[in-house]
Design a protein around this ligand. Structure first.
Ligand code: GLV
Ligand code: MG
Length: 316
């Protein structure tokens, strides 16, 4: 089931670094994921589990989506990652992120392991969600089945770096190669969005590696937002504000959505008409559906309707 969790900015933090985890808790990111996978050196992975548990238990994560990324389910680490993290902090985390998901079975494994742990530890069954990273050719090929693989699944998340490696793309910086006349990532971004929306879950774009190139980050985030994405990873605090801004509807659009909803309600309920003009546009039931999701996103991001023009001048 899709939840209303806010994930405009998804901050990646190495689980081996207590100081960075502490800073992440105080950041403005909507989600923080404490990483036991690729940002954690293999020799540090076993010790990082306890550090992650400690960070989850100690810091104030209020208002944030709290996530731990475990290692790939086919690695020697994944089982112990789950056991240690859920045993130590299963009551104070929201989701487990699963990297390099290749098929529905990968998610089924995590789903059942969570079920066993929840039962053994006396936690509410089914509360802990799953985020699935799609980041190789096989995972993309099976994105549709993965999207429907568990009622715990809350996101499909693109992993452009691993995906570039899997596809042998020729850019070392995980971005569009200027020799290609289109957007190298368009197909994967759109395909994941379709699979996620069909399953009623969120879809999240992955990292942008050039952290000092904030304009480049904004452009990449805007590209995902234009395809309806809910958010994007951030690797550094400078990327948080651009992410939160890009994935929040503009106030003018939010206000317009509210006007569409009111005009459509008036048309259908009072005038008994299914299609009416609002300003210079025709609106109908489909317009209402679009407006509903704009409005919901805005409310989730904390927007409130602008005062009507008359009220503004009366107040001023
Ligand atoms: C993220 O995990 C990526 O591989 O891009
Ligand atoms: Mg990856």
């Amino acid at each position: 089931m899709s939840t209303a969790r806010l994930r405009r900015s998804v901050l990646a933090v190495p689980g081996s670094n207590p100081r960075m985890m502490e800073k992440a808790a105080a950041s403005a990111a909507d989600e923080v994921f404490l990483d036991l996978e690729d940002a954690c050196a293999p020799l540090e992975k076993p010790a990082a589990r306890a550090k992650v548990v400690e960070a989850l238990r100690t810091h104030d994560w209020h208002g944030k989506t709290r996530v731990v990324r475990i290692n790939q389910v086919t690695s020697q680490f994944a089982f112990d990652d789950l056991r240690e993290v859920i045993s130590g902090a299963g009551d104070v985390l929201d989701c487990i992120m699963v990297p390099k998901v290749r098929n529905a079975g990968d998610i089924a494994f995590v789903d059942r392991a969570l079920l066993q742990l929840e039962q053994a530890l006396g936690y509410a069954v089914g509360r802990i969600g799953i985020e699935a990273q799609i980041e190789d050719a096989e995972g993309l090929m099976r994105a549709d089945e993965i999207a429907f693989s568990s009622s715990r699944l809350e996101t499909l998340t693109f992993g452009p770096a691993d995906f570039s490696a899997s596809m042998q793309l020729p850019s070392l910086s995980v971005r569009n190669d200027s020799s290609y006349p289109g957007d190298v990532f368009h197909y994967v971004l759109f395909k994941l969005a379709v699979a996620a929306r069909a399953a009623g879950i969120q879809v999240i774009d992955g990292p942008y590696l050039a952290i000092h190139d904030v304009d480049g980050y904004r452009a990449a985030a805007s590209r995902a937002a234009a395809l309806g994405y809910d958010g994007k990873w951030v690797l550094h605090p400078v990327q948080i504000e651009p992410a939160n801004e890009t994935f929040t509807p503009a106030q003018a659009d939010f206000d317009k959505a509210a006007r569409i909803l009111e005009a459509y309600r008036q048309a259908t309920e009072v005038e008994r008409k299914g299609a009416v003009m609002l300003d210079d546009e025709m609106i109908d039931e489909a317009s209402r559906k679009i407006a509903v999701q704009f409005y919901a996103r805005g409310v989730a991001a904390g927007l409130t309707p602008s005062p009507a023009r008359g009220e503004e001048s009366a107040a001023g």
